[in-house]
Design a protein around this ligand. Structure first.
Ligand code: BF8
Length: 675
């Protein structure tokens, strides 16, 4: 019998159970449809291939050719001295720390290289070398300029004194680009952090010198035979992660806002059901809005819409996957077709006429899936090509961006007539209100005459809002798609914790109806529901893509500035979470949250668990240096409750844990609370 079963299994690979794979009905339907068509997806591959247990625990070193050296934990754990070592003598702590900070380097490099590309386009726009890009949001330009040391004097009427906008934009571009590789000094944006946090970083010697250097230094220190002290290794990881969150990512967000507009709340939709059978469906997937902004601009040209009609389509339906979805959503209301794990499914609908990709989170298997359909899969970035011969590469360049975008869109339109008979778009989508940011939170939750976070702080102090959670990050095919995202967020808002979201968590929350003001009455505790209903906001505020986690850092800083809740981010009743993390970027984000004073819980597993001493250093000792620490909890309800317990601890420390009558506080009241 056993032999017979083996033979049968060898012929028919195990397939994912759609119901076990996702909580989303559209995704379940599409997984079942993919099985009917005989096309494998990430969900099937996840049940067919087991992850390496030793790699998962962070204790495999492959940094030299004497290895890989694998240091599994002894059965029953470590008793007495941990004698595990690699050929060179590297301990489990050294190996796990090296691997962990290499993940930070990978994540910080991805965010920061994205930021650099935006800065280069910004420079072209400032120099007026391109017609496609121009400085759109001068108000944001003027607010960012001083943080880069660019002097501007703005009159009360908003007019700029002495200098013109073009000069300022050029100097901002130069100063910003300099942040990646300047020879001396420190990261200019480090001073945007609360003074108490900046001082902690200074004391620990972790203020980044420039963005690139911190990433390069990780690669050097983790080379065979260099840094062999896990505390010293993670110190460099900390410096590189700060260079990401308060550097590369924050610059990406700021420069994108100046070029393309700061987001303000708007209505849109999410899930595969946003695709339309009678329209040309063009899906933009990846991360840099430099590409997607041009695609949006061209797709709205009347002659392009007319061209689509000549091919029998009713129009063009743009939608996004991953963080490009968030970028297009935040500024234009373009709907999100899905999260990271739905990228193959979007093509399997048979209705995707073109999928345009740039960088990050793009499955190579898209090319194999596209081969089964008419879909044109177009890569656009010089650093991200695919080997399969059905992939078309149209290199995107800011100097001829509109022409490139038009070529891509016409290719999608021309392809509309090549659709096969096998079209299945799941009829599931949800309404969402997105487009939040530091500026719009200030507008909604600030005072009418006092443009800061006063109202938010007052409601935290009065206990209507128990605290703030940043819930972010990816999907991971090793866990049920969206389940942990949604359970964590629902448990938080049920307990009056307002949630700030980005990345694929934002898309997941949209798909499951949590990004509407109406969600407050259904899912929130009474305090948060009252605030949301009064101001007309959802209990979960979508702040954008993963580089926009920098908006969460600045929102927390604004809460500190508004007063009454301590002097540092680590004093606030806040917590961070990535329930379904997957990428190195998530580790970099997690670590800059921790280094900025935020208690941060990850789901699934931590890639450090095979080195208990190093793991404990992250989850216990770091708090003494920066006020934040790592934690791990795979169970979503326990995960949320750990965050709530931390928020309650901070409320007790601030003396705001007892229920109080709601009173409007002035600055003197707040200062009295701080004493
Ligand atoms: O940068 S959340 S799966 S899409 S890595 Fe990727 Fe993770 Fe989604 Fe955006 Ni962020």
């Amino acid at each position: 019998m056993a032999v017979e079963k083996k033979t049968k299994d060898a012929k028919a690979p195990k397939l994912a159970d759609p119901i076990a794979a996702s909580i989303d009905i559209a995704t379940q339907e599409m997984i079942a449809h993919s099985h009917k068509l005989g096309i494998d997806t990430v969900f099937d591959r996840a049940v067919q291939m087991k992850p390496c247990n030793i790699g998962m625990q962070g204790i495999c070193c492959k940094n030299c050719a004497m290895g890989p050296c694998r240091l599994p934990l002894p059965k029953g754990g470590i008793e007495g001295e941990d004698t595990r070592k690699g050929l060179c003598g590297a301990t489990a702590n050294t190996i796990a720390a090296r691997n962990f900070i290499r993940m930070i380097a990978g994540g910080a490099a991805a965010h920061s290289d994205h930021g650099r590309c935006v800065a280069e386009v910004f420079m072209s726009a400032a120099r007026k070398e391109t017609d496609a890009y121009r400085i759109k949001d001068t108000k944001k330009l003027l607010s960012v300029a001083p943080h880069l040391g660019v002097a501007v004097t703005v009159e009360e009427d908003g007019e700029v004194k002495d200098r013109n906008i073009d000069e300022i934009a050029l100097e901002v571009a130069e100063k910003a680009l300099n942040e990646w590789g300047k020879a001396e000094g420190e990261l200019l944006y480090a001073k945007r952090a609360p003074a108490a946090l900046y001082e902690k970083w200074k004391k620990q010697g972790v203020i980044p010198r420039n963005i690139d250097r911190e990433i390069v230094e990780i690669m050097h220190r983790t080379h065979m035979g260099v840094d062999q002290d896990y505390k010293n290794l993670i110190k460099q990881g900390t410096r590189a992660s700060i260079a990401d969150g308060w550097g590369g990512s924050m610059l990406a967000t700021d420069l994108q806002d100046i070029l393309f507009g700061t987001p303000y709340p708007l209505q849109s939709e999410a899930n595969l059901g946003v695709m339309k059978e009678d329209h040309v469906n063009i899906i933009v997937h990846g991360h840099e809005p430099v590409l997607s902004e041009m695609i949006i601009a061209v797709s709205q040209k009347p002659e392009i819409v007319e061209y689509a009609k000549t091919k029998g389509a009713k129009g063009i339906q743009l939608s996004g996957i991953c963080c490009t979805a968030n970028e297009m959503l935040q500024r234009h209301g373009v709907p999100a077709a899905g999260t990271f794990l739905q990228q193959e499914l979007a093509i399997i609908t048979g209705a995707c006429d073109a999928m345009v990709v740039d960088i990050q989170c793009i499955f190579q298997n898209l090319a194999n899936v596209a081969k089964c359909f008419h879909t044109k899969l177009i890569t656009t970035h010089p650093i991200a090509k695919m080997e399969q011969d059905n992939v078309i590469h149209i290199e995107f360049d800011e100097h001829h961006a509109l022409e490139d975008a038009e070529k891509i869109i016409r290719m999608g339109i021309d392809n509309f007539q090549n659709r096969g008979s096998e079209v299945m778009i799941p009829q599931h989508k949800a309404t969402q209100i997105a487009g939040f940011g530091v500026e719009s939170v200030e507008y909604h939750l600030g005072g009418t005459f006092r443009g800061t976070f006063y109202t938010l702080n007052d409601n935290i102090i009065n206990g209507k809002i128990r605290g703030i959670a940043g819930v972010v990050g990816c999907n991971n095919a090793r866990s049920k798609h969206n389940e942990a995202h949604i359970e964590v967020v629902k448990e938080l808002i049920k307990n009056d914790v307002i949630v700030l979201t980005t990345g694929c968590n934002g898309i997941a929350c949209a798909m499951h109806g949590l990004l509407t003001p109406e969600a407050a009455a259904v899912y929130c505790g009474p305090g948060l529901a009252e605030v949301c209903e009064t101001v007309g906001i959802p209990p979960v505020l979508h702040l954008g893509s993963c580089v926009d986690n920098s908006r969460i850092l600045l929102a927390a800083t604004e809460v500190v500035k508004a007063g009454g809740l301590g002097k540092d981010i680590s004093d606030l009743p806040v917590a961070g979470s990535a329930p379904e993390w997957m990428s190195e970027k998530a580790i970099s984000i997690g670590h800059y949250f921790v280094s900025s004073g935020v208690y941060t819980v990850f789901g699934l597993h931590m890639p450090t668990s095979g080195a208990p001493v190093f793991h404990d250093y992250l989850s216990k000792e770091l708090e003494k240096l920066y006020g934040g620490k790592w934690d791990l909890e795979p169970d979503p309800i326990k995960h949320a409750r750990l965050m709530i317990a931390h928020i309650d601890k901070k409320r007790r420390e601030l003396g705001i844990d007892r229920g109080k009558e709601r009173v409007l506080m002035d600055m003197a009241d707040r200062q009295a609370l701080e004493a």
